[in-house]
Design a protein around this ligand. Structure first.
Ligand code: 4NP
Length: 158
């Protein structure tokens, strides 16, 4: 089960999703054969660790994002990953344009796995205040739990 999270810069939302899912899976669903990665649709921050504001907010909830480094989505990602989960509609649209048609069914919005949140998109926190980073964590934690439940069901059905 290979999961790729995608946002714009790969320094706020998608690395948070990568770190949170990895941590929750290790704790709550160690039976899942999971591989998790993240990437951005834009290359402004290639090679950089997650934004310090995001890293610190995540660390306060027990998620260590310090070893992650930003990269851009590459063509091979559309072959390699079973699910490619975008943080918002703009990035989903960019993925749809770049992906070969057979990969389109593997492109989704991450918050489809958190229907109870009432949100469809994880808002970009980059130009906002501290509350935005907490909101990213709230939404990402909810959707990660929903995704783990979905993946457990997939594993049982396999
Ligand atoms: P992300 O946030 O897509 O969640 O990583 C952003 C990071 C950087 C920029 C925009 C959004 N930027 O314009 O540099």
């Amino acid at each position: 089960m290979r999961i790729l999270f995608v946002c714009l810069g790969n320094i706020c939302r998608s690395p948070t999703a990568e770190g949170v899912l990895r941590t929750l899976a290790a704790r709550e669903a160690p039976e899942l054969p999971l591989e998790v990665d993240s990437a951005g649709t834009a290359g402004y921050h290639i090679g950089e660790p997650p934004d310090p504001r995001m890293r610190h907010a995540a660390a306060r909830r027990g998620y260590d994002l310090s070893s992650l480094r930003a990269r851009v989505v590459e063509p091979g990602d559309f072959e390699r990953f079973d699910l490619i989960l975008a943080m918002d509609r703009d990035n989903l649209q960019v993925l749809r344009h770049g992906a070969p048609v057979p990969a389109h069914e593997r492109l989704r919005l991450f918050l489809e796995f958190a229907p109870e949140s009432g949100a469809a998109e994880v808002p970009d926190p980059y130009y906002g205040g501290a509350k935005g980073f907490e909101e990213v964590l709230d939404l990402v934690e909810a959707a990660s739990r929903g995704l783990l439940a979905y993946l457990r069901a997939q594993l049982r059905a396999a």
